[in-house]
Design a binder for this molecule. Structure first.
Ligand SMILES: Cc1ncc(COP(=O)(O)O)c(C=O)c1O
Length: 397
């Protein structure tokens, strides 16, 4: 079966210049459909950092009305996407760069909807000052911290200081006191649920601990988000949206009645860090092919390229993984190299110079920082070649 899959992609990619990154459009469509089903009727805001290609963003939004709006990672990216025709954009992280925020103001003046993220009065002040000069009112959303601070264990990410209803209402009051900003929404992203695998093979104990922690955390943070939304409503603040979750948390986030929309991006490409969740299984829809340029000894093939390490805590799980043909593995002391990546392969594979090895990246959008183009594969052949952000000359961090 895996040899068949390898042959499928090898045939599809025949004649292409390698290394090359590709998207399997058939699997991408199935992954989108799976997200739609898992969302239980809630709309999904597309997390662009996990996609990083204009064409794929367009394609995802065209999948149906369940895909609604974009969750961007920088104001300049949001302004660019807006100038490309996208609307209903939320920037998920605060920015303190006046030039970047001014780019958003230009788009707001042309009638687009871009919402900026805040979690403190300082950020609100900065936006308010710029709003006066730019003659706009910035729509803002409050970023609610969704981490669980268990005794002796901080389970979550370090982002927003807004943790409770009182702080959120106080920040909403700060926003309402300034004429250059207006409260538009709330975002509460539970990264420790959405982005942490809980069903890794051979890790029974770890999985059990993570499942237990997730279970406890879900109960706590769901109540927190609900309390905050209720308190804002009671204080008279109307929210256009309450955004929550990510690819790995649809089942629990959609059960929170205060949430009006989900966020997801990684569920489209399904990189290796999303392979083992108890609640869903997505299909690998993104990969890259490296050419074998040399055969240093029997059982080892050396490919050119490949050193595309994912961000986050440095560890083996951040390495790209040889995918097809199955049974290939990285070599411990070389791993994925800057210019070359040696791969150990099983005897039945019989590689020759000029063959290819298929890999998958650990994270979703970061693959696109390494390639100018994505080859789009459908029904066993390359049907198009589209640019990544990088291919468009865009780099936002
Ligand atoms: C604010 C926010 N929402 C949602 C997500 C989930 O994105 P994905 O579905 O790509 O994991 C992320 C990922 O880091 C995020 O930072």
């Amino acid at each position: 079966m895996y040899m068949k899959l390898y042959d499928y992609y090898r045939t599809a990619l025949a004649g292409q210049t390698l290394p090359a990154a590709f998207i399997d459009l058939d699997n991408l469509a199935l992954n989108l459909e799976q997200l739609r089903c898992r969302a239980a009727g809630l709309p999904i805001r597309l997390v662009t950092k996990s996609v990083r290609s204009l064409s794929i963003i367009r394609l995802a939004l065209a999948a149906g009305s369940f895909m609604r709006g974009l969750l961007c990672y920088s104001p300049v990216e949001a302004a660019w996407l807006s100038s490309e025709g996208f609307d209903d954009i939320v920037v998920a992280y605060p920015s303190v760069e006046p030039a970047d925020i001014r780019a958003v103001a230009v788009q707001l003046r042309s009638g687009r909807s871009i919402t900026l993220m805040v979690d403190s009065a300082d950020q609100v002040d900065l936006l308010d000052a710029l709003a006066g000069k730019e003659k706009v009112v910035f729509p803002v959303a409050i970023d609610l911290d969704m981490s669980s601070n268990f005794p002796g264990l901080y389970f979550g990410v370090h982002r927003s200081p807004v943790r409770e209803a009182a702080t959120a209402v106080a920040l909403a009051a700060e926003i309402s006191r300034r004429s250059g900003v207006r409260l538009d929404g709330l975002m509460g992203y539970e990264g420790q649920i959405a982005g942490l695998m809980d069903a890794e093979p051979g890790r029974r104990l770890k999985n059990r601990i993570i499942c237990h922690l997730k279970h406890r955390s879900i109960r706590e943070v769901t109540q927190r988000r609900q309390r905050v939304v209720e308190a804002l409503a009671e204080a008279g603040y109307r929210l256009r949206f309450v955004n929550g979750g990510g690819t790995g948390s649809f089942e629990s986030t959609s059960g929170d009645t205060s949430v009006t929309e989900l966020a997801a991006g990684s569920g489209l490409y399904a990189p290796t860090l999303f392979d083992h969740y108890a609640t869903f299984k997505a299909l690998p829809a993104a990969g890259f092919a490296l050419p074998i340029t040399r055969l240093p000894m029997p059982g080892i093939a050396t490919c050119s390229g490949g050193g595309y390490i994912a961000s986050g805590p440095a560890g083996k799980d951040r390495l790209p993984q040889p995918w097809l043909p199955s049974g290939c593995s990285l070599i411990e002391h070389e791993a994925a190299g800057e210019v070359q990546t040696p791969v150990r392969y099983p005897p039945d594979v019989g590689f020759r110079t000029g063959d290819l090895v298929l890999f998958r990246h650990a994270k979703s959008g970061e693959l696109c920082e390494r390639f100018n183009h994505l080859l789009l594969i459908k029904d066993g052949r390359v049907v198009d070649r589209v640019t990544t952000y990088r291919g468009d000359g865009k780099n936002f961090f």
